[in-house]
Write a protein that binds this ligand. Sequence first.
Ligand code: SAH
Length: 285
Amino acid sequence: MKSSFKPPFNPTAKAPAVASRPAFPVRLKPGEGMPSATKLVATAARPTGNAAKNGFKKSVPAAAPDGVGLDSHAVRARMVHKLAAQGVSDARVLAAMGLVERHRFVDTALVNQAYEDTSLPIGLGQTISKPNVVARMLELLCQGAAGKLDRLGRVLEIGTGCGYQAALLSHLANEVYSIERLRGLHDKARENLRALRLPNVHLLFGDGMIGYAKGAPYAAIIAAAGGEAIPPAWVEQLAVGGRLVAPLQTAAGVQALVVVDKTPLGVKQTVLEAVHFVPLKSGTS
Ligand code: SAH
């Protein structure tokens, strides 16, 4: 099937330079400025700006991984077509979904299911959400107040998992800070993303419940794990005009998608459809 989808902009275009942020590569002093209780370590992409100041390790470029023998362009275009038919309408999101090779983020045994509308295991009891849910959340994120711009500014993702959504975000935002609490998955995401060379993605190992204050304020925050309340740190670290999208356990005992908009007049929360995400947990492991 041919896709008739045509992105109206070039999603691979370079992010506009942010005047206040130093260019990279930068010299890093390990541990500088990081209180031990909140220490986060980034090891994947090249750090810039605040990340550099806070003692991030520079990544070591590695050889690109072998392909998996899947001519994925057509099958991905089909997935994008289906997403559009299901109601995803934001051209930025559809373009990103068409660009990022989901099959590179799952085990080789699952490659054939990578473009089906299904969640898939990514190890350590965690899952990658189905494309439809990922696209829906990204669309909500992009359509906040900051979404009137072509690209989001700085974005915080809680729950890096395999790194798939972080790769999508790299096409939608100027800077992506993504936190994972499980070392095994943080390492896996670093491996998965290394070959993509996304200089605006910063992977952090730590407890995302406390957010990442050094990168704040964020134009958008997205969580891929659901708790019983939105951690106050997330709302604090959200810019005025920014939007947060997260799964949340509602009073009815059902997990639902929640949108939090931080406006000059206060914080507005909207509860949307039911979803099934892995639990948000504190601490690291
Ligand atoms: N966006 C991911 C989805 C990962 S599933 C992807 O594209 O693959 C959700 C992830 O959230 C899991 O890896 C889980 O370990 C992580 N998680 C749960 N609680 C967390 C916390 N407090 N801080 C950081 N990550 C957390």
